[in-house]
Design a protein around this ligand. Sequence first.
Ligand SMILES: Cc1cc2nc3c(=O)[nH]c(=O)nc-3n(C[C@H](O)[C@H](O)[C@H](O)COP(=O)(O)O)c2cc1C
Length: 169
Amino acid sequence: MADGGIQQMGIVPDAGNPRLLRDALGRFATGVTVVTARGPDGPMGFTANSFASLSLDPALVLWSVARSSQRYGVFSSARHYAIHVLAEDQAGLAVQFSKATSAAAPPDWQWTPEGIPVLPRALARFDCVQHATHDGGDHLIIVGRVLRLAQEEGAPLVFAKGRFGRFND
Ligand SMILES: Cc1cc2nc3c(=O)[nH]c(=O)nc-3n(C[C@H](O)[C@H](O)[C@H](O)COP(=O)(O)O)c2cc1C
């Protein structure tokens, strides 16, 4: 094997030491989304990079929520929610909504006809109704049917190796 090549023998994931698995998974660059839903005390947001497109007909998307999250109850049971794809200048929102409680100023929420709180802007937004949930180990896979979408011009926020970055084209 050439120096610096990928380790051919591989490493068996170890539940007791998930760091190697996390490191390897973190090499997969993703966009960043904020999922929003109405919580018991008002609008809530959740930063997620597990978002993926799933089906065009019907229009389905998915993301997954950690069962250990303080916000698991709200997001696993929300009938309606919105998924915002963040633009490159919106890393602050990703940081803000990675915590259940945030000292940052609340966004200027707007509301969809279904009563979903939404952010005033995003690179793209998918308003969803929950379609299905599936077991995903320590996460729950949430599949949403897209009721409505919105998009604007701009470049996406990118996440890889635990860091936010930009897409150079
Ligand atoms: C860029 C980024 C992406 C994330 N993606 C997910 C995700 O897809 N699913 C998830 O459960 N948590 C994800 N998290 C972590 C959650 O946003 C949150 O920090 C964690 O679940 C703890 O939430 P809690 O304060 O509600 O317990 C992500 C965090 C960051 C910064």
